[in-house]
Design a binder for this molecule. Structure first.
Ligand code: G
Ligand code: MN
Length: 356
């Protein structure tokens, strides 16, 4: 098995050689060795080391591609046991012992493909889409929920679930959450005319909290720069089902409230938010989940649950918002049970401009 590079001219431009090391390649990674034999990768049995040319005109174009290929071939635990290092071109591996003993984990060299996420974050290709929220007492505009959208280089829209999934995989949730918060505040400051009376609702992933003071400081600075008073900013807590430390979240939210911000509990009544979370978090606003509102069209049980939630909210002095108002009947129903605020396609879809 030899691809015999040695003299400098044999190395094509852009090509590099990766060394993969692990214990007992021959016995523990037979399929890898068999593949190496087919494509002509050089195997050094004495060192348990495989030389893999990457880039240039090689079929394996990049380290990412190679690692993704291996992921298809090997299970996770065997992937984890692979170590790797780049080799110096044109020099025999036996003379590169110091590189080899310092080889690190292969998968650490090539994290999962994060899709366009990194590019989106680095170039701040994120946008705010505004969905209006109306009050039922006088029909006036109450505020806007800020919804995140990403853009690829080609201008394609990326939905937030996709961004969040990538960010989670890459451990970039903090960065995404912080950046989107700042983006929303900046855009709201630019596009909304009445910042002293319009509420700005921003979704908040509890899993992204690491240092609340730090997060609060960057939010505060962005709000100030945008000219939005803290009292007009509402953090919508989402995905509460994932919270493992409710006490910690509660202390963080209390801290925000002491600094003048408001807190809403999103999606109440869905699988993502249970009633006990309402007790734990003591929000200022509750949002009745779209599924409850829409099931109430045909189910008196759901209608009664919505009604009870409004009653409960009012007993505790909270504002109650009905989500997913799509039809005139939904609207009439939400008003009949005494909801304070309405949001839904009937009243306005998410839009890059805050339209009334
Ligand atoms: O649960 P949350 O408040 O984050 O809901 C916001 C999401 O719900 C947005 O993605 C928005 O597009 C969507 N949404 C808002 N209003 C409606 C509606 O009337 N019908 C449906 N199906 N989705 C809606
Ligand atoms: Mn929301």
């Amino acid at each position: 098995m030899s691809n015999g590079h040695g003299s400098s001219c044999e190395c094509r431009s852009g090509q590099r050689t990766l060394a993969i090391l692990t214990r007992n390649i021959a016995t523990e990674f037979p399929e890898l060795l068999m593949f190496a034999g087919q494509v002509g990768w050089r195997f050094h049995e004495d060192m348990d080391l495989l030389e893999i040319p990457i880039g240039g005109d090689e079929p394996t174009n990049s380290l990412f591609e190679f690692v993704n290929f291996l992921r298809g071939l090997l299970d996770a635990s065997r992937m984890n046991s692979l170590r790797a290092t780049w080799l110096e071109q044109g020099k025999d591996v036996h003379e590169q012992i110091s590189r080899i003993i310092h080889a690190g984990s292969l998968i650490d060299m090539a994290p999962h493909d994060s899709g366009p996420l990194l590019d989106i974050l680095l170039r701040k290709r994120i946008e705010t889409w505004f969905q209006p929220i109306y009050r039922t007492d006088n029909g006036g505009l109450w505020g806007y929920e800020c919804l995140l959208r990403g853009r690829t280089e080609d201008g394609d829209l990326i939905q937030p679930v996709e961004l969040i999934e990538w960010a989670r995989r890459e451990n970039l949730i903090f960065m995404l959450d912080r950046m989107s918060r700042e983006c929303h505040l900046t855009n709201a400051g630019k596009k909304i005319s009445d910042l002293d009376t319009t509420y700005i609702l921003i979704n908040y992933l509890p899993s992204s909290i690491y240092r609340p003071e730090f997060c609060l400081r960057s939010t505060g600075a962005a709000a100030k720069a945008a000219g939005i008073p803290a009292s007009q900013i509402v953090f919508e807590v989402v995905e509460t089902e994932l919270i493992t430390d409710m006490e910690h979240l509660n202390s963080v939210l209390s801290y925000y409230r002491r600094n003048g911000y408001k807190v809403a509990l999103d999606d109440i009544g869905s699988g993502f938010s249970s009633l006990s979370v309402l007790g734990d978090l003591n929000p200022d606003i509750v949002k009745i989940d779209i599924s409850l509102i829409q099931n109430a069209r045909t189910s008196t049980m759901h209608a009664d649950i919505c009604k009870s939630l409004v009653g409960l909210g009012h007993t505790r002095g909270l504002l109650v918002l009905a989500e997913g108002i799509e039809t005139e009947e939904d609207k009439q129903f939400a008003m009949s049970i005494g909801a304070d605020l309405l949001q839904g396609y009937l009243l306005g879809r998410p839009n890059p401009e805050p339209v009334v």
